[in-house]
Design a protein around this ligand. Structure first.
Ligand SMILES: NC(=O)c1ccc[n+]([C@@H]2O[C@H](COP(=O)([O-])OP(=O)(O)OC[C@H]3O[C@@H](n4cnc5c(N)ncnc54)[C@H](OP(=O)(O)O)[C@@H]3O)[C@@H](O)[C@H]2O)c1
Length: 256
């Protein structure tokens, strides 16, 4: 049954995402919010990464969202393309420590193949904790190489890698809130599980135009009207200095 929509907040200027309040999580997964930046024509990648689609204000908002969560998660594709981290800024870290949290949330990556760029910050940094959720189909030597970086590796059944990852985070690591920062394939898998509770989207004032091979924000799904996940608008901020639109949506779901 759909939840009752509340009146959305519409405002001018940058939102403040540093003190968000979320409902209690279900028993088998954290409460999940996602964050993506998209061009006006719905593209989330240009020249192989998301860089260039969002402004420094969008980058700051991404870090503000991290202030509120226990875990920041990416798919392995994004780690390979862009590198990933869960760091907030030095100015934002005290907001977390004042709440009894670590300065930065834990970072997580999901991979079926185990083909990961081990020289990246995700593996070399020591100011944030990070964990790799690896399918049991990944070659043993890749698992060994990942473990040699000092990062923990959780091996889970390939057939239900995402659901098992969420269960593990909630039950074994006590994660109550999870921020998914893409990419589209990971986000698509989570949407298919009905697990994306809130959807933060930045609409950037650029048109990429033309290349249909470039991914949209959520993939892959077989389009069907009956399967659409429906969301209510919670807030929309228009930032005139960057011409960006910062949108927050919440899933129409009992309990949200
Ligand atoms: N505009 C934005 O806001 C934004 C945000 C993030 C990323 N991006 C861009 O998106 C691109 C990457 O997106 P992507 O969709 O190709 O990759 P992705 O979603 O980051 O990662 C996909 C990979 O994650 C693992 N994975 C995800 N879901 C899985 C599942 N259900 N079961 C098993 N493994 C799973 C697999 O890893 P293995 O391949 O290792 O098996 C899979 O190939 C990059 O170009 C990045 O720059 C854009």
């Amino acid at each position: 049954m759909p939840s009752m929509p509340t009146t959305p907040r519409l405002a001018l200027g940058k939102p403040d995402y540093t003190s968000l309040v979320f409902p209690d999580p279900p028993e088998d997964r954290p409460y999940i919010i996602s964050n993506m930046v998209m061009s006006l024509d719905g593209t989330v990648v240009i020249e192989g990464t998301e860089r260039g689609l969002g402004s420094p204000t969008d980058q700051l908002l991404m870090r503000e969202l991290r202030v509120n969560v226990d875990v920041v998660m990416n798919g392995a594709g994004t780690l390979r393309a862009s590198g990933t981290s869960s760091r907030v800024t030095p100015e934002l870290a005290p907001l977390r420590t004042a709440r009894g949290l670590t300065p930065h949330p834990r970072a997580a990556v999901v991979s079926a193949s185990g083909d990961l760029p081990l020289e990246r910050l995700f593996f070399t940094a020591r100011d944030f904790d990070a964990v790799v959720f690896l399918s049991d189909g990944a070659p043993a030597d890749r698992r060994t190489a990942i473990e040699a970086t000092g990062r923990s590796v959780v091996v889970l059944p390939a057939a239900e890698l995402l659901a098992a990852t969420l269960r593990h985070l909630r039950r074994e690591r006590g994660a109550r809130t999870l921020l998914v920062e893409g990419g589209p394939r990971l986000l698509g898998g989570l949407v298919a599980l009905g697990a994306v509770d809130e959807y933060f989207l930045t609409l950037g004032p650029v048109v990429v135009a033309g290349n249909t091979a470039l991914p949209a924000a959520v993939a892959p799904r077989t389009p069907s009207i009956a399967d659409l996940e429906r969301y209510d608008l919670v807030s929309a901020h228009v930032e005139p200095t960057t011409s960006e639109l910062f949108l927050r949506y919440r899933a129409q779901r009992p309990g949200n």
